[in-house]
Ligand binder design. Structure first.
Ligand SMILES: *[C@@H]1O[C@H](CO)[C@@H](O)[C@H](O)[C@H]1NC(C)=O
Ligand SMILES: *[C@@H]1O[C@H](CO)[C@@H](O)[C@H](O)[C@H]1NC(C)=O
Ligand SMILES: *[C@@H]1O[C@H](CO)[C@@H](O)[C@H](O)[C@H]1NC(C)=O
Ligand SMILES: *[C@@H]1O[C@H](CO)[C@@H](O)[C@H](O)[C@H]1NC(C)=O
Length: 406
């Protein structure tokens, strides 16, 4: 009898507790939902017009003054405007007439965004939920041991939180320790990634914990698809994000979305490579860092001086090359063309015409580098200067198959 009562009490207690548990979870997810809605409201600004690309993607044309960057508390009293232009001391124009295809307009026949607006992809709740699985960025102190020697590691799997790189940086030169800009032409590929892997090529500039990046990446966790897309990354101290997911980058151009997809405009091994030119240059006047796109240095926008710390001054590091991420326990994805470099630009992923600009803003070609590969069995790097006609071009060839069975 007593036993029966005790059992009944326990049963009631159990029912009560489990009922509360369910309620608890439901309340939490409602809270989460509210949090997501709040985030969406902050990220998605009213659209003046919605436009479509040839590949069928929609972009909101957001009033220049309403963009998310201006939610930054330090940009409350900005005097930026859509027509603003940077002052660069010099941008060395390449006399090379490119045989590679330039990417033409991306918009459908109805056209792009009107002037005074910028194209921004509307973020959905699914995007936010998926993006919670994004790994933390590469640690900022990542580079400390990357001194003035080439470094070739044999790849220990969990090093550096799952990041592996095959990158090059300028050889140390006591006359060139402050960089006011950097650039490259990078060939476009579509390495195969799965799950939370990603695979990218980038130009990166850094001083201390301030890091700015531009490049292309295949990153289903960020983008929700396997397309090769443009990206930028902003990192200062503990703050970091891709594209305009946090206030960091002020877009000025009506035609260049930061996450634009290259669709089928990709290099095929053995064919003539498809490439894009990317630059990050410091405005010599105010010290904003500008993102320039394409052979004609189209001004896409800038990271304002006011919201940077160490990069208020010059950059102390610049690097070019490939980076992948594999979650712990999973294999490393391919990088670049997915093959080891052969030294032929028709077959290899590359960053070419790598250049920096010095303290005075003058462009300096890079003819000697140091390189780093974090798993030499998965990825390699090769540096070459190649004469084409009367010009000499520098190539950082990089890439590899990754490892299919760790
Ligand atoms: C890809 O190439 C096609 C044809 O040249 C062009 O119409 C399209 O705009 C290009 N896509 C991008 C993203 O540049
Ligand atoms: C990316 O490709 C992989 C392998 O083909 C596939 O399993 C995955 O569903 C794709 N991801 C997306 C978001 O399309
Ligand atoms: C890098 O940042 C530090 C800390 O703010 C600064 O003292 C230094 O001058 C910067 N370096 C350059 C080259 O501007
Ligand atoms: C690179 O490959 C292409 C295509 O096979 C070939 O025509 C070219 O001669 C090669 N270049 C070099 C430098 O070997």
């Amino acid at each position: 009898m007593l036993q029966k009562i005790v059992r009944q009490i326990l049963l009631v207690l159990w029912l009560f507790l489990s009922y509360n548990g369910v309620e608890g979870r439901k309340k939490l997810s409602e809270l989460e939902d509210m949090e997501l809605e709040k985030q969406l409201k902050l990220l998605n600004k009213p659209a003046i017009k919605t436009v479509k690309t040839k590949s069928g993607e929609s972009y909101d044309c957001v009033d220049f003054y309403k963009q998310h960057a201006f939610d930054h508390p330090l940009l409350k009293n900005h005097n930026f405007h859509p027509q603003m232009k940077p002052t660069f001391a010099e941008i060395k124009r390449s006399s090379y007439s490119s045989t590679t295809n330039r990417l033409s307009t991306i918009w459908s026949k109805d056209g792009g965004c009107p002037s005074g607006t910028v194209p921004i992809k509307r973020i959905t709740k699914d995007d936010l939920i998926r993006q919670r699985n994004m790994p933390p960025p590469e640690p900022a102190n990542f580079d400390d041991e990357f001194s003035n020697n080439n470094i070739e590691q044999k790849g220990s799997y969990y090093q550096f939180n799952g990041y592996k790189r095959a990158i090059a940086r300028p050889q140390y030169d006591p006359k060139l320790t402050k960089f006011s800009g950097a650039g490259m032409a990078t060939s476009l590929y579509n390495p195969h990634v799965e799950g939370q892997q990603h695979s990218a090529c980038r130009l990166k500039i850094q001083n201390g914990s301030d890091i700015l990046q531009v490049g292309w990446r295949v990153d289903p966790t960020l983008y929700g698809d396997n397309n090769t897309r443009l990206y930028i990354h902003y990192q200062t101290g503990e703050t970091h994000c891709f594209n305009t997911l946090c206030p960091g980058f002020v877009s000025v151009h009506t035609d260049i979305p930061l996450d634009l997809t290259f669709g089928d405009n990709l290099s095929q091994r053995g064919g003539s490579p498809k490439e894009i030119n990317l630059y990050i240059y410091r405005d010599m006047g105010v010290g904003n860092w500008w993102l320039l796109y394409g052979a004609d240095y189209t001004q896409v926008g800038f990271w304002p001086h006011d919201i940077l710390n160490e990069l208020k001054g010059y950059a102390t590091n610049v690097d070019w090359g490939g980076v992948i991420y594999n979650p712990p326990g999973l294999p490393e994805p391919p990088m670049g063309s997915s093959f080891y470099p052969t030294g032929n630009s028709s077959f290899d992923a590359y960053c070419r015409n790598i250049a920096v600009s010095n303290e005075d803003g003058d462009s300096v070609g890079i003819y000697s580098i140091v390189w780093l590969t974090e798993n030499k069995f998965a990825y390699k790097i090769q540096f070459d200067t190649i004469s084409e006609g009367s010009n000499t071009f520098t190539y950082v060839f990089y890439g590899g198959p990754g490892i299919s069975n760790p």
